[in-house]
Design a protein around this ligand. Structure first.
Ligand SMILES: *Cc1c(COP(=O)(O)O)cnc(C)c1O
Length: 468
């Protein structure tokens, strides 16, 4: 090995270890201006030694990192990059593979086959479904919906791949009012404008009304796609997938499920009642970098009909040889050709956690969510406004008689206060007309101890605010 390679990697190893061992602060310490001053430097005329550059990078970047890997991180819905996945990801970089086709990395292609099978088993989805490994649920939604678009047109005799979309029969797309923003993006990439979509009313947990869907679908005919959700980003709630699947089937519609984190409930026996019916859908989006704690960026686009999946995504050219026999060309299931071999990290993670490790982690996070609810519920002025059934809490603050504006100001100030204390990180959102504090319990090592500390911080911040 060349010494510069060895030194650069040794430096990276030391910096990675010291970063992870010191329990990174949840909130970044540097300001925008400081980060620009240390990072937006001049491009040198002559290059610098690799090892020195790696040290300089770490010095300049670390103050601007956010502690996603910390157990006290509850912002958004983000996984904590499990060390085994990180280690496999380092090897992936060192191996320098291009997981585009079988012939550019046979091992990556076969690893994807294995990982795909394990994922279908874990998530209780049809064994014959095909799985593309993408960058996250955004692209997984895109791939699922691209397959849907192709297939519903195919079923009415329209060859989308040859005849295009312009003159195609209209496709009606039904989705809940509170579908994730990336579902709208994915639909936009596919040629569906906001105003064309048929939005179904949601209940106080953000769940699409099954009756509303049935009524809306009854008013339409022709090719149809329904997008349901397993795991709402604020409440963690699941659409009634059994009812929705039944309605979609009556209309021969394609059912896509955005289950970015919620679909993982199927990997936990005691939670499987929440979305066991997900198996009735036609395509699914699920993340690897959320509950599985895979390194960013990892997601899975799963389609019940491999032919439709391939038809929508296939890349063909004479210089791209086909895989031998029934081997896999990963790029036939995703939008990219050249791509990272994300399967290696997932393979390592699933082997290291096993079914029990995955189930234990998810069950623990959901138990923590119940515990936090219990710890907060007796405090006057703090209310948990979602039904806690997964890992999410939506909190509002305020005493009787206070205006909505005052309550919103409490939530906003308390989020800022907790972030300022830097013992835990929570984030906020506007949801159903109020500003909420969102707590997402999804970091690999978070347990009851962290939750007790978080409850104390929230209560003490709230008491301080009440008296001032
Ligand atoms: C996070 C999330 C997405 C987007 O996933 P990315 O991995 O960020 O692309 C989509 N839908 C839901 C419900 C999510 O929670």
């Amino acid at each position: 090995m060349k010494p510069d390679f060895e030194q650069a990697l040794a430096t990276a190893y030391q910096r990675a270890m010291s970063y992870r061992e010191q329990a990174p602060p949840p909130r970044p310490l540097a300001s925008l201006a400081q980060l620009r001053a240390s990072l937006d430097i001049d491009l040198p005329q002559r290059g610098r030694a690799g090892e020195e550059v790696i040290s300089a990078l770490a010095d300049a970047v670390e103050p601007g990192l956010i502690g996603i890997t910390s157990p006290d991180f509850y912002g958004w819905v983000m996984g904590a990059s499990h060390p085994v996945g990180v280690a496999a990801d380092w090897l992936t970089s060192a191996w320098g593979q291009n997981a585009g086709i079988y012939h550019t990395s046979p091992a990556a292609a076969v690893v994807e086959e294995a990982v795909s099978r394990w994922m279908l088993e874990l998530l209780d989805l049809p064994a014959a479904a095909s799985v593309g490994i993408v960058t996250g649920a955004t692209m997984a939604n895109f791939v699922g919906l691209a397959s849907a678009r192709s297939e519903v047109l195919h079923r009415v005799g329209w060859d989308l791949e040859q005849q295009g979309f312009n003159a195609a029969p209209a496709i009606q797309v039904f989705l809940g009012e509170e579908a994730h923003s990336t579902v709208y993006s994915a639909l936009r990439y596919l040629g569906f404008g906001q105003r064309q979509l048929i939005r179904i009313a949601t209940d106080d947990q953000g769940r699409m009304s099954a009756q509303g869907l049935a009524d809306a679908m009854a008013r339409h005919s022709g090719p149809m796609v329904v997008v349901a959700q397993a795991g709402h980003i604020n409440s963690g709630a699941f659409d009634d997938l059994a009812a929705i699947a039944g309605i979609a089937a009556e209309h021969r519609a394609w059912l896509h499920v955005d289950g970015a984190f919620g679909l993982w409930a199927n990997a936990v026996p005691e939670l499987a009642h929440l979305c066991g019916a997900a198996k009735l859908a036609d395509s699914w989006a699920v993340d690897g970098h959320k509950w599985l704690q895979a390194p960013y960026d990892t997601g899975f686009a799963i389609v019940k009909y491999p032919a439709a999946h391939r038809r929508a995504m296939a890349i063909t050219a004479s210089y791209l040889n086909d895989a031998p026999g029934d081997g896999r060309d990963p790029s036939s299931l995703v939008p990219e050709l050249s791509r990272r071999a994300r399967g290696f990290a997932v393979w390592a993670l699933l082997q290291s956690l096993g079914r029990e490790g995955v189930a234990e982690m998810i069950a623990r996070h959901c138990r923590c969510a119940f515990e936090l609810q219990q710890l907060l519920q007796d405090e006057p002025g703090i209310a948990v406004i979602n039904h806690v059934e997964l890992n999410q809490l939506a909190l509002v603050f305020g005493l009787q008689g206070e205006t909505q504006a005052a309550k919103d100001a409490h939530a906003e100030a308390l989020i800022a206060d907790l972030q300022q204390r830097n013992s835990a990180f929570v984030s906020g959102a506007s949801w159903r007309g109020q500003w909420i504090m969102r707590v997402s319990i999804i970091s690999r090592t978070t347990d009851s101890q962290h939750i007790e500390a978080l409850a104390q911080s929230i209560i003490s911040a709230w008491r301080t605010r009440r008296v001032t």
